[in-house]
Design a protein around this ligand. Structure first.
Ligand code: C5P
Length: 207
């Protein structure tokens, strides 16, 4: 059993990279952002407050890791609510427990999120910290929406990316930061394919 931990801010390319790695090696993949999103959606759907930690924890314990689907959890309001409840230690404890259980699956796992290398899987065989400048990340989000036939405002997306970074990096419990032994991959210049090749070299060396 081998675990690959991938962390980074929103739209850094960590999701695409994680899926490529999981596919290449036949590993199970968990996008841990979806666990926070599913908890937030359950609260929103039930009309419950996003400020009650005990209620949010109960919802977090109900999340089924097998049934997570980004297409039903992608709404902007769900992402915002997810980043609000992600500051609650009881919510994090519940979801981290489930994520750790997942990380032990055979033959190996790839988990991506904000605190995988630092908190969820500190013993992961390979840790990657994927970043890109806020400008590049906002442009990627923008292009994705336009490619999907939607309309988008680059300035608003850029402000949103910065706000999300501040919240994720500034929270007291498990802030987003590279683990001391993480390999940094900046995808601003190199692109996802080159990042995948760099990751492959590191993983092959750890197998
Ligand atoms: O990655 P995604 O944007 O779907 O995550 C939604 C929110 O969940 C993030 O803004 C972050 O606050 C939170 N999150 C977290 N820890 C993780 C994954 C996501 O706090 N491991």
């Amino acid at each position: 059993m081998i675990t690959i931990a991938i962390d980074g801010p929103a739209a850094s390319g960590k999701g695409t990279l994680s899926r490529r790695i999981a596919e290449e090696y036949g590993f199970h993949h968990l996008d841990t952002g979806l666990t926070y999103r599913a908890t937030a959606k359950a609260l929103l759907d039930a009309g419950l407050s996003l400020d009650d930690e005990a209620v949010a924890e109960t919802m977090a314990r109900e999340v089924e890791l097998g049934g997570l689907d980004r297409s039903v959890l992608s709404a902007h309001a769900i992402g915002e609510a997810a980043s609000k409840i992600a500051v609650m230690p009881a919510v994090r404890r519940a979801l981290v427990e489930a994520q750790r259980g997942f990380s032990r699956k055979e033959p190996g796992t790839v988990l991506d999120g904000r605190d995988i290398g630092t908190v969820v899987c500190p013993d992961a065989a390979v840790k990657l910290y994927v970043t890109a400048s806020p400008e590049v990340r906002a442009k990627r989000r923008y292009d994705e929406i336009i490619a999907g036939g939607g309309t988008a405002d680059y300035g608003a997306i850029f402000e949103d990316v910065k706000k999300r970074d501040e919240r994720d990096m500034g929270r007291a419990d498990s802030p987003l930061k590279p683990a001391e032994d993480a390999h940094l991959l900046d995808t601003s210049e190199m692109g996802i394919e080159a990042a995948f090749q760099a990751a492959k070299t590191l993983i092959d060396a750890a197998l």
